[in-house]
Design a binder for this molecule. Structure first.
Ligand code: NDP
Length: 252
C-alpha cells in the first residue's frame, strides 16, 4: 500500500490514535498535516513523520478550521484525505446540573467540528477524488459507559453524518467512511479531565467487556484507517467499521 504524493489531514494527531494514524500515513509515503492544540506533543509526533505540516489549532474554532484546510492546500498544493479523529470523552447524567455544558462541549468537539471541516475540505477532496474517514466509537452502537449520553449521542450523530455525506459525495467519486473503535490504549480518559486511577478503571472495565479480553493498540486502528483510505477499499463508502475486540458480541 502506498500513499506517495497523497496529502492527508489528521486532526487530533498530537496523541493516541491520531498520532498512530499520522505516523502510519507518513511511513506509507503521504504528506501529512498534523493538527492539535498541544504544540509540544505535536512536535514530538512530527519528529516521527517525514516533513509534516504542523498546525496548532482548535477544531472547535471556525477560524482554526478554515486555517487547517487553507494552509494544508496552500502548503502541499491539494488535499486528498481528511481524517476527522480529534475527539474527547466526558461524563454527566441527563439530570446533572452540568448536563448541557458537557453535551455542548462534546457535540462541538466530536460532531460540529467534523461537519465544518468536512464542509471546508469537500471541494478540495472532490477535485482529487479522495476520501474522508471519521473516527467514531463503538459507543455509537451500544451503551457501554455510565453517564455517557453526550458522548454516545455525538458519536451516533457522527455515524449518520458519515452515511449522509457518503450519499451526497458518491456522485463526485468521493468515499466517506467511519471507524468505530472499542477500547484502545490511549490517554483519552485523562485528557478528558479524569484522573489516572479513573482512566485505569475505565479501561479495566472495558477490557472485561470484550469477547477477546484485550485492549487495542492505536496502530491497530491506524491499519484499518489506511486500508479504508487506500484504493483497496474503492468499493467501500458509507460504511461503519467496528474494531472492538468483540465488545458488541460479548454475551452478557
Ligand atoms: P487522545 O486523548 O489520546 O487524543 C485525542 C486527540 O484529539 C488529541 O490529539 C487532542 O489533541 C485532540 N483534540 C481534542 N480536542 C481537540 C480540539 N478542540 N482541537 C484540536 N484537537 C483536539 O484520545 P484517543 O486517541 O483515544 O481518541 C481519538 C479518537 O478516537 C477520538 O475521537 C475518540 O473519541 C475516539 N475513540 C477512542 C477510543 C479509545 O478507547 N481510546 C475508543 C473509541 C473511540 P490536543 O490535546 O493537542 O488538542
Amino acid at each position: 500500500m502506498s500513499f506517495n504524493d497523497k496529502v492527508v489531514i489528521v486532526t487530533g494527531s498530537s496523541s493516541g490514535i491520531g498520532a498512530a494514524i499520522a505516523i502510519e500515513f507518513s511511513a506509507l509515503g503521504a504528506h501529512v498535516c498534523l493538527v492539535g492544540r498541544n504544540k509540544e506533543k505535536l512536535d514530538e509526533v512530527g519528529r516521527k513523520c517525514n516533513n509534516p505540516l504542523v498546525l496548532v489549532a482548535d477544531v472547535t474554532q471556525d477560524k482554526d478550521a478554515q486555517r487547517i484546510v487553507n494552509e494544508t492546500v496552500r502548503y502541499f498544493g491539494k488535499l486528498d484525505i481528511l481524517i476527522n479523529n480529534a475527539g474527547m470523552g466526558g461524563a454527566a447524567s441527563i439530570t446533572a446540573e452540568n448536563a448541557m455544558a458537557v453535551y455542548d462541549k462534546l457535540m462541538s468537539t466530536n460532531l460540529r467540528s467534523v461537519v465544518y471541516l468536512t464542509h471546508l475540505a469537500a471541494p478540495h477532496i472532490i477535485k482529487t477524488k479522495g476520501n474522508i474517514i471519521n473516527i467514531s466509537s463503538v459507543c455509537a452502537l451500544r451503551i457501554l459507559l455510565k453517564d455517557s449520553f453526550a458522548y454516545n449521542t455525538s458519536k451516533a450523530g457522527l455515524d449518520h453524518f458519515t452515511r449522509s455525506v457518503a450519499a451526497e459525495l458518491a456522485s463526485d467519486g468521493v468515499r466517506v467512511n467511519a471507524v468505530n473503535p472499542g477500547p484502545v490504549l490511549t490517554d483519552i480518559v485523562q485528557n478528558s479531565g479524569f484522573s489516572d486511577a479513573q482512566q485505569k478503571a475505565v479501561f479495566e472495565n472495558m477490557k472485561k467487556g470484550t469477547a477477546l479480553n484485550r485492549i487495542s493498540e492505536p496502530s491497530e486502528i491506524a491499519d484499518l484507517v489506511t486500508f479504508l483510505a487506500s484504493d483497496k477499499a474503492r468499493a467501500i463508502t458509507g460504511s461503519i467499521y467496528v474494531s472492538d475486540n468483540g465488545t458488541l458480541i460479548k454475551a452478557a
